[in-house]
Design a protein around this ligand. Structure first.
Ligand code: DC
Length: 219
């Protein structure tokens, strides 16, 4: 019997993280936040002052980095033994992650690292290509989206709550730019899997989204 996976893909700020974590908790399953892998790589490359336009150097960096995810109260991520959790949510990190994520060499290196998260009793995998590339055989797939202005508002609120300085207009523009880059790239673009359940959360509460996704996961 193959290990069950629920994939939740969609653009940034659609609520994937909150929904995936809540659903993973309710099901007692593992959780993969694949965006944080790309974010960690961006941090590692920037810290080493690599040229982010150099796909080969960034792919080598991906091969060499030692990442560890530990879920205590919250997710704690260590890169080469150093806790980088507080650096992950920044908009600059997100933009750099989107840039390095466009390289096929990088995605090839990170593919197996993501597949390794598939462990019993099951996995909730959150990202852009979980249902289309990494876990194509997942029995339950969701494409979770919301309008760009709504996602901008949510991201703004999230950053403010974390004490990170933010500007709503700038965030909405960055979200649109990132959507374009993530959707138009050649390798693993952000598109709904053919067999994904398309869910627009613009006018739904987070609890309503969680409820719909749970129904899908258990049927
Ligand atoms: O979900 P996030 O905002 O943490 O993701 C950061 C960037 O990483 C996003 O702009 C695109 C990239 N990404 C990706 O290409 N594939 C994934 N499965 C997850 C994230």
């Amino acid at each position: 019997m193959s290990i069950p996976v629920l994939t939740i893909d969609g653009p940034s700020g659609a609520g994937k993280g909150t929904v995936s974590r809540a659903v993973a908790k309710k099901l007692g399953w593992h959780y993969l936040d694949s965006g944080s892998i790309y974010r960690s790589l961006a941090i590692s490359a920037l810290d080493q002052q690599l040229d982010l336009n150099d796909a080969v150097a960034v792919a080598l960096c991906a091969e060499q980095m030692h990442l560890a995810f530990e879920c205590k109260h919250e997710l704690v991520v260590t890169l080469d033994g150093i806790d980088i959790t507080s650096r992950l949510p920044g908009e600059d990190t997100g933009a750099a992650a989107s840039q390095v994520a466009a390289y096929p060499e990088v995605r090839a290196v990170l593919l197996q690292k993501q597949k390794d998260f598939r462990q019993l009793p099951g996995l909730v995998a959150d990202g852009r290509d979980m249902g289309t590339v990494v876990f194509v055989d997942a029995p339950a797939k969701v494409f979770l989206t919301a309008s760009a202005p709504e996602r901008g508002k949510r991201r703004y609120k999230q950053l403010k709550e974390k004490g990170i300085d933010a500007n709503l207009d700038k965030i909405t523009q960055e979200i649109q730019l990132r959507d374009r880059r993530d959707s138009e790239r050649k390798t693993s673009p952000l598109i709904p899997a053919e067999d994904a359940f398309y869910l627009d959360s613009s006018s739904l509460t987070i609890d309503e989204v969680i409820e719909q996704v749970m129904t899908l996961a258990v049927t």
